[in-house]
Design a protein around this ligand. Structure first.
Ligand SMILES: CC(C)(COP(=O)(O)OP(=O)(O)OC[C@H]1O[C@@H](n2cnc3c(N)ncnc32)[C@H](O)[C@@H]1OP(=O)(O)O)[C@@H](O)C(=O)NCCC(=O)NCCS
Length: 328
């Protein structure tokens, strides 16, 4: 099979920045607590009326421009999100229309929470490598501000909004592009990070809204422990699978949930923090958007050079995990 390569990337964050100082006027918290426990200083919040699909379109246009392609060149769109505009239909269909993609473009959403972009990369790569699709657009996008409980200090300080995108195609050059992926999930941990209402088990009711059961609930300490283990294992598995050693990785782009989780992975892999791209301080946790925003920033900042090996590694609600190795 030919190798799949990333032809372009793009990202977008809403203009509105919510600082820790402002949050501490909303709930009983402080800049000091948030910074020391999570590394987060501020996050972006979608404007009133700004939808998930709007943010996705901004990131997608930037990725298409970076790839030198037109919307009509795309024949596959995969959107990773847990906060689609609507429950039905898929955000990808709304984005397809807003972007002006062809009507013979395959469109679907994928929910793997914060691992969503790595899942989308793996899925779209396989579809492109098969030859049945030529150019894929993959987007990780979230409007988590719409499902955060702004009265719950244990979660509301952690999340933010944004979008990141990448365009995939094939290359005849051997040994470049997506070298491999490792995906998985601990389905026994669904009760660690979840939204109880609004799904088919518990449709929304006036009572559920009053109790804010349409919002994210999380057992933070438990998630932290499993996240570190899952990311470390996912990273080691993909390195072993591809016969690559940790010191050969030029840059790790981890899911940006918490600086302390990233520091723990750095210690476990015995790779200095200089080799990790970190922007959690400026965005908070943007779930499926976190890795593609970081990837786009890293590329545009010149942190990724031709021949470099980049490791993407993520975990999220599910609990899902995923890793990917890319040679540029
Ligand atoms: C959420 C998280 C930052 C909390 O950090 P922690 O060190 O585990 O803190 P704890 O939950 O033990 O809380 C410590 C204390 O701070 C309090 N606290 C919680 N949130 C607070 C806040 N925003 N401001 C001030 N105090 C807060 C708690 O109530 C607790 O008080 P207590 O000791 O009196 O009960 C951390 O557990 C974490 O990052 N977990 C992973 C979450 C994650 O990544 N989720 C996304 C997955 S994709």
């Amino acid at each position: 099979m030919p190798s799949t390569v990333i032809l372009g990337t793009g990202s977008y964050a809403p203009a509105r920045v919510l600082t820790n100082a402002e949050l501490s006027t909303m709930v009983d918290t402080s800049d000091e607590w948030i910074r020391t426990r999570s590394g987060i200083r501020e996050r972006h919040i979608a404007a009133p009326g700004e939808s998930t699909s709007d943010m996705a379109v901004h990131a997608a246009k930037a990725a298409l421009q970076d790839a030198g392609l037109a919307p009509t060149d795309i024949d596959l769109l995969v959107v990773a999100t847990v906060t689609p505009d609507l429950v039905l239909p898929a955000a990808s269909c709304i984005i397809q229309h807003k972007l002006g993609l062809r009507t013979d473009t395959a469109c679907f959403d994928l929910n793997a929470a914060c691992s969503g972009f790595v899942y989308a990369l793996d899925t779209a790569s396989a579809m492109v490598a098969s030859g049945r699709y030529k150019k894929a657009l993959i987007i990780g996008v979230e409007k988590l501000s719409s499902v955060v409980d702004w009265q719950d200090r244990t979660t509301c300080v952690l999340f933010g909004d944004g979008a990141g995108a990448a365009v995939l195609g094939v290359s005849d050059q051997p040994g470049v592009g997506l070298l491999g992926t490792k995906l998985g999930a601990y389905g026994d941990c669904v009760d660690l990070l979840y939204i109880t209402h609004g799904g088919s088990d518990n449709p929304t009711t006036p009572e559920s809204i009053a109790a804010r059961n349409h919002c994210i609930r999380m057992k933070g300490k438990e998630v932290f422990k499993i996240a570190v283990r899952a990311m470390d294992e996912a990273a080691r598995d993909i390195l072993e699978q591809q016969g690559v050693t940790a010191d050969q990785i030029a840059l790790v782009i981890p899911h940006q949930a918490n600086l302390r989780i990233i520091e723990a992975i750095s210690q476990y892999l015995k790779l200095p923090m200089e080799r990790f791209y970190v922007n959690v301080d400026r965005y908070g946790n943007t779930s499926a958007a976190s890795i593609p925003i970081a990837l786009d920033e890293a590329r545009r900042a010149g942190r990724i050079k031709s021949g470099d090996i980049t490791l993407l590694v993520a975990f999220g609600a599910g609990l899902t995990y995923g890793s990917a190795l890319i040679r540029w």
